[in-house]
Design a protein around this ligand. Sequence first.
Ligand SMILES: *[C@@H]1O[C@H](CO)[C@@H](O)[C@H](O)[C@H]1NC(C)=O
Ligand SMILES: *[C@@H]1O[C@H](CO)[C@@H](O)[C@H](O)[C@H]1NC(C)=O
Length: 434
Amino acid sequence: MNSLLLFYCSCVLFPILISPSIAKTTATSSLPQPKTLILPVTKVPHFPRNQYVTVIKQRTPLVPIKLAVDLGLENSWVLCDHSYVSSTYKPQHCGSPQCSFASQYHTIEDCRDCFGGGTLNTPGCNNNTCIGDVHNFVANIISAGELFRDVASVESADGRAVYMPNLLFGCGDTMMMEGLASGVKGIAALGRTKLALPSQFAAAFGLEKKFTVCLSSSTTSNGVVLLGKTDVSKSLAYTPTLFEPSFGKRNGKYYIDLKSIKINDKVVPFPRKYLSFGYPYEYRGGTTLNTIYPYTVMFELIHSAFVNSFVEAMPKDVPRAADVSPFKACFNSTYIAKTPVGPAVPTVDFVMKNGVVWRMLGANTMVEVDKDVMCLAFVDYGEYSEGSAIVIGGHQLEDNLVQFDIANNRVGFSNSLLSKQTSCSNFAAKYVNA
Ligand SMILES: *[C@@H]1O[C@H](CO)[C@@H](O)[C@H](O)[C@H]1NC(C)=O
Ligand SMILES: *[C@@H]1O[C@H](CO)[C@@H](O)[C@H](O)[C@H]1NC(C)=O
C-alpha cells in the first residue's frame, strides 16, 4: 500500500452533513433528551497492536458489536457478511441526499452495484448504492464498501438505553478484518467530521459536540468515552485543534499545535520544521492523538533525537537491555524505582502553543516487556505509517482525561490521574461496570 495515497484517501471520506431529519431519535417517550452517552472501552491485548475496543448495539434485533476505537477516522464501518442480520438495514441508494452530498468528496467511484460475489440484497451487497472509503489503520489497509443506515443503541449517563434509528456506517468485508482482535467486527470512528459518531450522536440527541476519553491501563477494568456534556472541563488544560491545510474539515484527525518536546526540562534537539504540516512532503506532518496506535509513533528523525535525549537523561547506573522490537531504548528495570505514577524515569513534556504542557510520567512513557526489562514506549513511525509527524498513542493516553471539544476546536487534557491518586478505571466505574 502506498502510504501517501493511504493518507490522502483518509482525508476525503464523506463529511456528510447529517441533517436532523436524517438522524432523528425515536422520541416515543416524554423523558428529557440525554445529555451524555456512554461508550465503554476495554483494552484488548493483541500482539503487536493492543486495541481499545468499544461495544455498540446495532441492528434489529439488537446485537452488541465490538468495534476498535479510532479517534481520527471519518466514518465507522462494520463487517457486512452473512453474520449481519437485521430487518432494519437500509443501503443508501444513489441519488439520496447523503450520496449526492458525499459524492463531491469521493476519491474512488461513488455509486455502484453489488460486487465481490455476495448474495444480492443482503447487507453489503445491494445494487445502486453509494459507497464509502473503509479504513483499517491497525493493518494499514483501505477499501470501499456500501454505505448504510441501521438502528443503534447505547447507554446514557442517566442509565437508559437510547436508540438511534438511523446510524450511518460503511460496510467492510472479511479482508478488512486483518489485524483486528478476536471478536472485533469493525472500527468506531470518533473523528472530527460530521459523519463520525460524535457528530452523528450530537445531531441526533442535541448533545454538546464534544467527547471525553479516559482509557484504563488495565485489561481487566473498563475505561470510557463520554459523548456530550461532562463536568470535567474545569480540571483540564486546553490547546487549540488545527486544520490540516490540504484537506481542512474533510480530515477527521485532531491536530494539536505541538511546539517542542522536553525530557527532564531539556528541549529535545531537532529542527522545528519536523513538526509542521507539509513535512517531509505534502499531505504529511502535524501532531495528532489516536487510540488506533498502541504507542506514540514519531517521524524517524524526531524519534531518534527523542530516544537519544531520553537515554542521556536516564541515570547512568541503570543498565541498558537489548532492544525489544519495536522499541529502541530498553533498560534493566530492577535498577529503576517504582512509584505511584509508574517507574521513576525522566519526565517527558509535550509543549504546546502558549506554553501549555502535557507532562508524561513513567506509567505513560515506559512499557514493561519482560519481568526485568522496560522500554521507552514511543516508536519510529516507519513501523506504522499514518502520515502525521507524531501520533500520541493509546499507552500515552491511558489514565489521562482527554476531551475532544469539536464545537470549540480544542483538546483538553488532565495530565496523569495517577498523580491525583485516581485512575481511568475509577473514573469509568461511575458510568460502566468494571
Ligand atoms: C444488480 O446489478 C448486477 C450488476 O450490475 C446486474 O447484473 C443485476 O441484474 C442487478 N440486479 C437487479 C435486481 O437489479
Ligand atoms: C538485570 O539485572 C539483574 C541484577 O544485576 C540481573 O540479574 C538480570 O539478569 C538483569 N537482566 C537483564 C535482562 O539484563
